[in-house]
Design a binder for this molecule. Structure first.
Ligand SMILES: [Zn+2]
Length: 74
């Protein structure tokens, strides 16, 4: 089983805390913020940032780790 396949199992977990604590998820958050230059894409703020899912984390499971499904927001 490849790394990618393992992640898919984690991402389908009903335990959202488990997903959010997974290294793969943390890496996604980090990559979204880095791509957006650590700034809110809406207002340019650089504090209290979070990687926000455009299509919701809860309802769009296959998109949880899609770079295109994340934006940095304050
Ligand atoms: Zn903002």
């Amino acid at each position: 089983m490849s790394q990618k396949d393992e992640w898919i199992d984690i991402s389908k977990s009903k335990n959202i805390d488990e997903v959010r604590n997974a290294k793969e998820y943390k890496d996604w958050v980090k990559s979204i913020k880095e791509r957006d230059n650590e700034c809110c894409v809406l207002c340019g703020a650089n504090q209290h940032l979070e990687a926000h899912h455009v299509f919701s984390f809860k309802n769009f499971v296959p998109l949880r780790l899609e770079p295109d499904n994340g934006i940095t927001k304050s």
